[in-house]
Unconditional design. Structure first.
Length: 425
């Protein structure tokens, strides 16, 4: 946006800031928030504080540095208010769990480490954050963020003190951070209609079981080597000889990989499905949906623990879910796989649409990163990182509201248990 366009939205932005930053105690801090948002939205290749301050007529680099890096305002209530505004507006079909990386030089930026960097597609020095997004094919919005703290930072007292990591924050796996985020959002009255995630999360049996324990439906990607039993397979207990513990029921046949199971059905079993209209025409491919029972040692142990806690015993039956497989016309073999914990009668077109809906957050990440400077933050502190990410989220939410231009009260979404009208709009 150029300066004329930004100035044309000053009144709407002022109302947005007054509502979203209502928990920020001081008026001058809220004013700096307004200024920072305008700097993020204004055209410019770099969205560092120095660069933004130089573009804005009221930009003061020292004031903005203090507001982002040293000020003690709490970003969580701001993100909560953004989520409360955006979920009813977007009316999400799903919540997408993702992680995003921020390449960095040196070792003193908070939580930086040599780890897999999705932005570069290789191991590199970077920060990684886990995020949850409300998403439809028309729009998405980040609802909450968690900065991943690598193991090397867990007991590094020097770097923790210099970057201001709170004492209670330690190393925690990304899939656990995602679940923590869902639990926090639930305390805000926000619940997902369904969770979607890539194989980094979907491959994890603990993650899938934890979603099921919370009553959260999911459609998650998996790798081709995940093993499953057909849905009709039945465990059988070997005869008891009268000595020792009774043997537990077991499935007679070994599980097969989802790749082998899908290929065994043959190309003719796959059906063409169109899931959305792309920039070059309809997006379509060929898919197959099968009912299966995920296998493996971990899946078995989780199923046994859940059944024992619930019923006092386990009959050996593994939970049943839907396996969705894609086999494009031009491919020699199936290419993509998902597990879905949705009702058995869910149409395959709906399964495909949800499996593919993550495209929207990948699209919007381009705006968050390249347009709004999500990865341009040059500070090193815990507070600074969270303040910057919150401000970028606010700028993205404001622009999304302008694009959607609601003219009437927004209907209640499936993702929200309650909705109070906006205090400012």
């Amino acid at each position: 946006m150029d300066m004329r366009q930004v100035n044309g939205l000053r009144a709407e932005l002022a109302g947005f800031v007054a509502d979203v930053f209502a928990t920020v105690p001081r008026r001058d801090q809220r004013s700096k928030g307004d200024c920072y948002l305008r700097g993020l939205m204004l055209d410019g290749r770099r969205k560092s504080i120095q660069a933004m301050a130089g573009r804005l007529p009221d930009g003061n680099e020292q004031n903005l540095q203090q507001f982002v890096n040293q000020s003690t305002w709490d970003p969580v209530p701001v993100r909560r208010r953004i989520a409360e505004r955006m979920v009813p507006l977007i009316g999400p079909d799903a919540w997408a769990i993702d992680d995003v990386s921020f390449p960095k030089d040196g070792k003193m930026s908070v939580a930086v480490a040599h780890q897999y960097c999705g932005a570069l597609g290789k191991q590199a020095n970077c920060q990684v954050a886990v995020s949850v997004h409300a998403v439809t094919d028309a729009a998405s919005c980040p609802l909450q963020w968690r900065l991943f703290v690598p193991e090397g930072w867990a007991h590094d007292a020097v770097r923790r003190e210099k970057t201001g990591i709170p004492q209670e924050i330690g190393h925690r796996e990304k899939w656990r951070l995602a679940l923590d985020t869902l639990d926090e959002l639930a305390t805000w009255g926000l619940v997902p209609p369904v969770v979607v995630a890539d194989a980094g999360y979907g491959q994890n049996a603990d993650f899938r079981a934890s979603l099921a324990d919370r009553g959260i439906a999911y459609v998650v990607a998996i790798r081709s080597d995940v093993t499953v039993h057909p849905h009709h397979a039945v465990p059988v207990a070997p005869p008891w000889r009268g000595n020792g513990r009774r043997p537990q029921p077991r499935y007679r046949d070994k599980p097969s990989s989802v790749a082998a199971l899908a290929s065994a059905h043959g190309r003719q079993a796959f059906t063409e499905v169109t899931w959305r209209e792309g920039s070059r025409g309809p997006m379509r491919s060929r898919f197959l949906a099968l009912r299966v029972r995920p296998a493996g040692v971990r899946a078995r142990r989780l199923a046994q623990a859940a059944a024992t806690a619930r019923e006092g015993h386990w009959d050996g039956v593994l939970p049943e879910v839907t396996l969705l497989v894609e086999w494009p016309e031009e491919a020699e073999a199936p290419t993509d796989y998902w597990l879905a914990d949705l009702p058995e009668d869910t149409p395959i077109a709906e399964l495909v649409r949800l499996a593919k809906i993550r495209w929207r957050i990948e699209h919007d990440y381009r705006e968050l990163k390249h347009g709004l400077g999500l990865d341009h933050f040059e500070g090193r502190s815990w507070n600074g990182w969270h303040h910057h990410v919150t401000l970028v989220t606010a700028a993205h939410a404001f622009l999304t509201e302008q694009r959607l231009s609601p003219k009437a009260r927004t209907p209640v979404s499936r993702s929200i248990r309650y909705w109070m009208p906006s205090r400012a709009s």
